[in-house]
Design a protein around this ligand. Structure first.
Ligand code: PMV
Length: 341
């Protein structure tokens, strides 16, 4: 049986940084699910053992170790899996080595394929809720993947003010949101398209001994609290303040880790400065966030689309690697995850 699912990437607003136990987060996080940056993955299961993995038709033995670790971690939830041979074929909508992490979209798509197989073949799973179980399985591959199995705003990690929130799986953001906040665009400015100098696993690890860890985890809870009012009111200015602080905190934590990492490049800073200058000159709410890398995600409401896109073409494109920018936006629930068979 072959199952094909397409799953999007996501961009965190309050960042997950630090984990313990089996891929459990040290603090709650919330993300926007994206629309255009996605992985489409097919899994063919037949009797046998082992697996093969290919990206865009090319065998990728380099991915095998990560997938094997994942299969080992999900063994108790999908005990039938070890009696199957799995052929995995994946492709990403975003360009190769664009510096956009594909682990969230790929693990999410793979988790959905496996669960779909269980459902169709009448095999056992541990939870009756398909999306919840898919999120949990995806989390065991890559923490942020837990947030890619559904659209809109997604919360992962226990937070007192978010009923139903769990460290085990993500949930749709349960509170009222001003419609403008769901129109956000994400223009990804590609500064560095190479291999990251620190893997996210190594980065999470650094938090275990980080001198500011406890304060950071507490701050994430406060930011989750603060976002509730901001999202409800549609307060773009407060939203930008908060997401920029989260992004710079993440990079700050890496800068003062031991060993320390500087993941921004000179053009990351140049882009940030130009965004802030543009915001001040034009008095428009455009801001940025960063992943654990050098690329900048510029976020703005759809009403500013043409203004911000011409600014990006005039002033930011030349700071991007080969002028590369990827336009994305928040995906609503029904557009996020697709069963393409
Ligand atoms: O899912 P991981 O282990 O690759 O960690 C991702 C961490 C960040 O992207 C930096 C933040 C987040 O919440 O997505």
């Amino acid at each position: 049986m072959t199952h094909t699912w397409s799953s999007p990437s996501n961009i965190a607003l309050v960042k997950y940084w630090g984990k313990h136990g089996q891929q459990l987060p040290s603090n709650p996080s919330i993300s926007f699910t994206l629309s255009n940056c996605r992985s489409t993955t097919s899994m063919t299961l037949k009797e046998g053992k082992g697996f093969t993995v290919a990206l865009d038709g090319v065998d990728k033995p380099a991915f095998a170790a990560k997938i094997q670790t994942w299969f080992d971690r999900i063994d108790d939830r999908l005990p039938w899996l070890k009696d199957h041979h799995v052929t995995i074929e994946s492709s990403n909508s975003f360009p190769h080595s664009s510096g956009i992490a594909s682990s969230a979209s790929a693990f999410s798509a793979m988790a959905l394929c496996l669960l779909d197989h269980a459902r169709k073949a009448g095999l056992s799973t541990m939870s009756s809720d398909f999306t919840e179980e898919a999120s949990l399985l995806a989390r065991l591959g890559s923490g942020s993947a837990s947030r890619s199995v559904m659209g809109g705003l997604v919360v992962w990690g226990v937070h007192k003010g978010t009923p139903g929130s769990s460290d085990n799986h993500a949930i749709p953001y349960p509170h009222e949101v001003h419609p403008d906040m769901m129109s956000y665009q994400d223009l990804v400015l590609l500064v560095d398209v190479g291999q990251k100098s620190v893997s996210s696993s190594a980065g999470h690890e650094l938090m275990a001994k980080h001198p500011f860890a406890a304060t950071r985890f507490e701050q994430a809870h406060h930011n989750m609290d603060a976002l509730q009012g901001i999202l409800k009111a549609g307060d773009h200015w407060a939203f930008i303040d908060l997401i920029e602080s989260e992004a710079l905190t993440l990079h700050g934590l890496m800068m003062n880790s031991s060993p320390s990492y500087l993941l921004m490049k000179p053009n990351t800073l140049a882009i940030i400065q130009r965004i802030r200058q543009f915001r001040q000159d034009k008095q428009v709410p455009v801001g940025f966030t960063l992943d654990a890398g050098a690329n900048v995600h510029m976020l703005y409401p759809e009403s500013l689309k043409s203004t911000v896109e011409s600014f990006a073409n005039d002033q930011l494109k030349s700071l991007c690697k080969d002028g590369r920018m990827i336009l994305d936006e928040v995906a609503e629930h029904h557009k996020a995850v697709k069963d393409s068979i």
